[in-house]
Write a protein that binds this ligand. Structure first.
Ligand SMILES: C[S@@+](CC[C@H](N)C(=O)[O-])C[C@H]1O[C@@H](n2cnc3c(N)ncnc32)[C@H](O)[C@@H]1O
Length: 303
């Protein structure tokens, strides 16, 4: 597990997520958990991500697992690694890595309920000894400098209030030679019309994301932090079946969901989630965003 004794505490330079925004994110995940359980088989698949479809996947459950497998291969994770899962959800990736690779994983999330669910899930999967979970902000982590081998983040950094804060924190906690591996959605264009911006906003605000980052801008942050061997890989076609599946579901329930909101049976946040699920695919088809894997390495002292 992480060496709590040698921990140097928060970076003095890091800027934590504002309370208001953190509360919005917590409220989103707490109130929309029901949707993920019903539509995304959360209790069985333990995943809050799009998944990765290829010739080996025969359905959404397989795609959700496959994303963990592909990212673990990209980052060449071994049983000797200590992995920090930044934005761990209910622990699905941590459990996958511990079970299949045998590495130690520390998952962090803003949502206390997710911390508890992740611990229960890890114990039920027999990897409670390899997995640790805590409530922390990945923009201001209580984790020692140079202490982890891999920083892993699936569809979590999109939530960062300032994406560069996450990059700086990831660099700080990684050991020299350590790897950053991420999967996330990014803006794909330089500029957007008012209509395109509106569509994007209807999507991301419904998922409690303040703003998406341009992938090339994120690459600049990585370079500025002295990351090396930076690779950004557009894998949008591998998430398209999930994006469509979510959209098709939303298409059928959108008006019913609106009535439930008017009747106050479902909250505004819950309704926003259904709208977001609908709009993300429209925006994808218009080429407004892309889904990319990001890999980068913290240079060795000798490099
Ligand atoms: C879409 S979910 C993805 C969860 C998980 N990575 C997965 O693939 O199942 C995003 C996660 O990021 C977490 N998150 C968002 N902002 C965060 C922050 N500033 N610090 C830590 N976790 C954060 C949320 O609490 C949630 O667990």
């Amino acid at each position: 597990m992480l060496d709590r004794e040698s921990k140097q505490g928060y970076s003095l330079m890091s800027k934590a997520t504002s309370d208001q925004y953190a509360n919005d994110i917590i409220n989103y995940y707490e109130s929309c958990e029901i949707d993920y359980r019903l539509l995304w088989r959360l209790d069985r698949c333990l995943a809050l991500h799009f998944g990765y479809w290829d010739e080996t996947t025969d359905g959404v459950s397989a795609a959700l697992i496959r994303e963990n497998e592909v990212l673990a291969q990209r980052a060449e994770i071994t049983s000797d690694d200590l992995v920090l899962d930044a934005g761990c959800g209910v622990g699905g990736s941590a459990i996958y890595l511990a079970k299949n690779i045998g590495c130690q994983v520390h998952g962090i999330t803003l949502v206390q309920k997710q911390v508890e669910t992740a611990r229960t899930n890890a114990n039920q999967n027999g990897v409670g000894d390899l997995c640790e979970f805590s409530r922390q902000d990945f923009c201001a982590m209580d984790i020692a400098d140079n202490s982890v081998d891999v920083v892993w983040a699936i569809e979590a950094v999109c939530h960062a209030e300032d994406k560069n804060e996450f990059v700086k924190e990831a660099y700080r906690v990684l050991k020299p030679g350590g790897r950053l591996i991420m999967a996330d959605f990014w803006l794909s264009k330089d500029s957007y019309s008012a209509d395109e911006n509106r569509l994007l906003q209807e999507w991301v605000s419904g998922w409690s994301v303040n703003a998406l980052e341009k992938s090339f801008k994120f690459k600049e942050y990585l370079k500025a932090s002295q990351f090396v061997d930076i690779r950004i890989e557009d894998v949008s076609e591998h998430i398209r079946p999930s994006a469509k599946r979510l959209h098709d579901y939303a298409k059928y329930v959108l008006w019913g969901a609106k009535i439930l909101e008017i009747l106050r049976i479902r909250s505004r946040t819950q309704h926003g989630n259904v709208v977001a699920v609908h709009r993300q695919y429209k925006a994808l088809n218009q080429g407004l965003w892309h889904y990319c894997f990001v890999y980068a390495r913290k240079s060795q002292a000798s490099e």
